[in-house]
Design a protein around this ligand. Structure first.
Ligand SMILES: [Cu+2]
Length: 283
């Protein structure tokens, strides 16, 4: 009968609680809007802690969608109306450079979250590292925060940095499918031009030809792929990636400019089994 007694007590407690919370003008309970995301790191200064979140538990070489929020260290609240900019820098032995990135925007329908993309074209190593500097404004006061970040090497090729036949340097990053399926997958890729060490604007009106192959199975391909094109200025490139079975696929690529000149990559044939421009997936 003990169980009954406890159940009765529990019910009483619930009723009491719900009654009292109806009556009181309860203080605003901070809602955790980061559910489903993993905290990667915190970057702090004297007054604030910037919390970085992603779907994976670390940053990766290649494309990263990063969500963040700013905590006021004094009262533990999260800032709802900040303007943020960020600058990733890789400190290499002989020089420093940045990478392609988007602006940081407030996340739609969220009060405390901001988000943007960074494409790390290189991974850290023993002597070379990345750091991330934030410059942000709250109530017209400008703050900065900076720290080292970890960018481990990706096991599969998901980003490529190369010189095109036009002499310009480009960065191309695989974005989607995040979880490939045996299906005709929506494919998304970002293309950026390296204007200088710090500036990587999006490239417009190019075309990416794709030819996915399974090298372990006679280098067979797949039907019904759709080459990637851009529908919005400065937007990502989208097409269809057809995968007919699970396993390792090399997605051979060719990058074409507005005049349809091939800037990088070769057609796959019996003699030439792979393009010099490619992404890799395994699922
Ligand atoms: Cu580098």
């Amino acid at each position: 009968m003990k169980i009954l007694k406890y159940t009765a007590l529990l019910l009483l407690a619930i009723i009491t609680f719900s009654c009292s919370s109806d009556d009181d003008a309860a203080p605003e309970i901070p809602v955790d809007e980061t559910i489903g995301l993993k905290k990667i790191q915190e970057i702090s200064n004297d007054g604030h802690t910037i919390e970085l979140y992603a779907k994976k538990d670390s940053l990766v070489q290649g494309y990263n969608h990063i969500t963040l929020r700013i905590k006021d260290k004094k009262d533990g609240t999260y800032i709802k109306d900040a303007k943020l900019e960020w600058t990733p820098i890789m400190h290499m032995n002989m020089m420093s450079h940045s990478c392609p990135k988007s602006d940081i925007k407030k996340v739609l329908d969220k009060q405390t979250l901001y988000a943007g993309d960074i494409i790390f074209q290189m991974a850290q190593n023993e002597t070379e590292y990345w750091d991330l500097t934030f410059k942000y404004t709250i109530n017209n006061i400008v703050y900065t925060a900076k720290d080292k970040i970890k960018v481990p090497a990706s096991k599969k090729q998901t980003v490529s940095s190369f010189t095109g036949s036009d002499g310009a340097r480009y960065v191309m990053a695989y974005i989607e499918p995040e979880t490939p399926k045996v299906a005709q997958n929506d494919m998304t890729v970002g293309i950026y031009k390296m204007q200088d060490m710090m500036t990587f604007p999006a490239v417009n009106n190019f075309k990416i030809k794709i030819d996915p192959r399974m090298p372990s199975m006679g280098n067979h391909g797949s039907p019904n792929n759709v080459d990637l094109t851009q529908s919005e200025t400065n937007g990502f490139y989208k097409g269809k990636l057809s995968l007919t079975m699970t396993g390792y696929w090399k997605i051979n690529l060719q990058l074409l400019n507005t005049a349809n000149d091939v800037l990088k990559g070769e057609t796959v044939t019996a003699e030439n089994t792979a393009s010099s421009l490619y992404f890799e997936i395994e699922f």
